[in-house]
Design a protein around this ligand. Structure first.
Ligand code: PGA
Length: 252
């Protein structure tokens, strides 16, 4: 069952990181052997650092590299965009799609996110699809409805346990220091699990569901211990090797 899925601890560096950040990443690689018995590790740096991080990680193979977004098309006249094929070529094995900051800052719809997930698969990448409600939606008790419709709209047909990860990130918890209670997380992750298994059958049972939004060393153990929480997508706390590794060490 899902509780036995190997956790994924994924760091989303967002628009943070310069070449000087290599030393922090090297510290992650150095510490990774201490935690890879418990979890898979993935770091999603800004696109400018993907190739260098992937080259650095290739020796140890203990930390995978991912992108933070991709364009639906493989190539073409799309100034400033990056394709899934380019991410794969640079050494990435996964890509985050549909993060709430992309949905908000770039007006990304469920339909577009779905196309991006399909692009990820076309390039051989795992798609990490983000969903989550706003504070207003939460206050109106719409959390489960929002998650249902985002899952319905953002996940393509053909999703499998091996090529899709869902990240539940309530928008009000991202970067705010606020987190849902373990009881709320349990209820929402269970709902996501039911939705995935109803649609994708056994593959949905095996998909990892990450928790996100202000996950940090002080709350990781509790959140990662909740049923159907199969890892975390971490923003701020993933920028420091010591915090990132401490969270991974807290996997059950
Ligand atoms: P946070 O970000 O951990 O800084 O809240 C999480 C995310 O947006 O992926």
């Amino acid at each position: 069952m899902s509780s036995t899925l190997r956790p994924l601890i994924a760091g989303n560096w967002k628009m943070n990181g310069l070449r000087a950040s290599m030393s922090e990443f090297e510290a992650m690689i150095a510490g990774a052997p201490g935690v890879t018995g418990k979890a898979d590790l993935l770091v999603c740096p800004p696109a400018t650092l993907i190739a260098a991080f992937a080259a650095k990680a290739s020796g140890s193979k203990s930390v995978a590299i991912g992108g933070q977004d991709c364009h639906p098309k493989p190539s073409g006249a799309h100034t400033g965009d990056i394709s899934a094929e380019m991410l794969a070529d640079a050494g990435a094995s996964a890509v985050i799609v549909g993060h709430s900051e992309r949905r908000a800052d770039h007006g990304e719809s469920d339909h577009l996110v779905r196309q991006k997930a399909e692009a990820a698969w076309r390039a051989g990448l795992t798609a990490i699809v983000c969903i989550g409600e706003t504070q207003t939606q939460r206050d109106a008790a719409q959390t489960l409805d929002i998650c249902r419709s985002q899952l319905q709209g953002s996940l393509p047909e053909g999703a499998r346990a091996g090529n899709l990860v869902v990240a539940y990130e309530p928008i009000w918890a991202i970067g705010t220091g606020l987190t849902p209670t373990a009881k709320d997380v349990e209820q929402i992750h269970q709902f996501i699990r039911q939705t995935l298994s109803a649609r994708f059958k056994d593959e949905g049972v095996g998909m990892r569901i990450l928790d996100g939004g202000s996950v940090k060393p002080s709350n990781a153990r509790e959140l990662l211990g909740v049923a159907n929480v199969n890892g975390a997508l971490i923003g701020g706390a993933s920028l420091k090797a010591s915090d990132f590794l401490a969270i991974a060490a807290d996997c059950p």
